[in-house]
Design a binder for this molecule. Structure first.
Ligand code: SF4
Length: 243
C-alpha cells in the first residue's frame, strides 16, 4: 500500500470521527453490542491492505488464514458506491450496493471486534439512534447517511482500480499481493481466493457526491475540513484531483 493512500485513508477516518463528535448524536450503541457485526460489510483494497498489515505486524497469520477460510455464502455485489452514485446522478435507477443479510462477522469473538484498530469505514460508521434488533435497519438521520456515503465514495476514489466488495472477499483476494505471501501460503487451497475475486468489482473514481440541498450544511464541514488538510505540501483536495 502506498504511504500516500494510507495517509488519505487515515485522514478520512479521522475527519469523519471529528465530524461525528461535533454533531453529538445520541447513539444507542454500547460496548458489547454487536448486532450490526455481520459479514455484510463492504470495503476497498486500501482498507484491506491495512488489515493485512495489522496481521503481519502482530504475527497473526495462522489465525487470519483460519478466518479467511470460514465458508459462508457471500453476496455478489451489484455496484460499488461510486457506480451507484453515478447512476443516481444521471437520473437512472440505482440499485444500492450490497443489501444481503449477513452471518456474524468472523472477527467478532466474545462480542468484541478482534481487528478494532483497523476495522473498515463501514464498521466505523455503523450506528443507530435506537437499539438494534437482528434483521432490523439502523435508525439514522439522513444527513448522517449522506456523510457516511460521501466518506465511502472518497475511500473508493482513493482505491480506484483496485478490488471493491465484501470485506471478506477483498481480504481473501489480497492474498495475491507479494507482501501477503505468508498468509496466502497458509490457505488450504487457492480456489477460495479465486472465487472471492470473481465476486468483486473494481473501485471507481468519484462521479460527484449524493448530497441533497437539505443535508448540505450538515455534511459540508466534513468534506471541507478533509479537503483543506495538507499532506506533503498539497491539500487533500489537490491530491484527490490528481494535482
Ligand atoms: S470487522 Fe469488527 S466491527 Fe466490523 S463487522 Fe467485523 S467484528 Fe464488527
Amino acid at each position: 500500500m502506498s504511504a500516500l493512500r494510507e495517509k488519505l485513508l487515515l485522514a478520512i477516518y479521522r475527519h469523519f470521527e471529528q465530524w461525528a463528535g461535533n454533531n453529538r448524536l445520541d447513539f444507542a450503541c454500547q460496548k458489547g453490542c454487536a448486532t450490526c457485526c455481520t459479514q455484510n460489510v463492504t470495503m476497498t483494497a486500501v482498507e484491506g491492505d491495512l488489515i493485512h498489515r495489522f496481521m503481519d505486524d502482530n504475527a497473526r497469520h495462522a489465525w487470519f488464514a483460519g478466518k479467511l477460510q470460514v465458508k459462508k455464502p457471500r453476496p455478489q455485489v451489484v455496484a460499488t458506491t461510486n457506480e451507484f452514485a453515478e447512476r443516481c446522478l444521471a437520473g437512472q435507477e440505482g440499485k444500492a450496493p450490497n443489501s444481503v443479510e449477513g452471518e456474524p462477522c468472523p472477527y467478532l469473538e466474545d462480542s468484541r471486534c478482534q481487528i478494532y484498530q483497523v476495522r473498515p469505514f463501514s464498521c466505523r460508521s455503523f450506528a443507530s439512534l435506537e437499539k438494534c434488533l437482528a434483521g432490523q435497519a439502523a435508525q439514522l438521520p439522513q444527513f448522517y447517511i449522506a456523510t457516511t456515503t460521501a466518506a465511502q465514495q472518497l475511500i473508493e476514489h482513493v482505491g480506484q482500480g483496485e478490488y471493491w466488495g465484501n470485506m471478506h472477499d477483498v481480504l481473501l483476494a489480497l492474498c495475491d499481493r507479494k507482501e501477503n505471501e505468508e498468509t496466502a501460503q497458509l490457505l488450504a487451497s487457492q480456489s477460495l481466493a479465486d472465487q472471492a475475486r470473481a465476486r468483486l468489482r473494481k473501485a471507481k473514481p468519484l462521479p460527484g457526491f449524493l448530497i441533497s440541498g437539505e443535508d448540505y450544511d450538515r455534511v459540508s464541514p466534513f468534506i471541507l475540513a478533509l479537503f483543506n488538510e495538507k499532506i506533503g505540501g498539497k491539500t487533500v483536495e489537490e491530491i484527490l484531483n490528481g494535482k
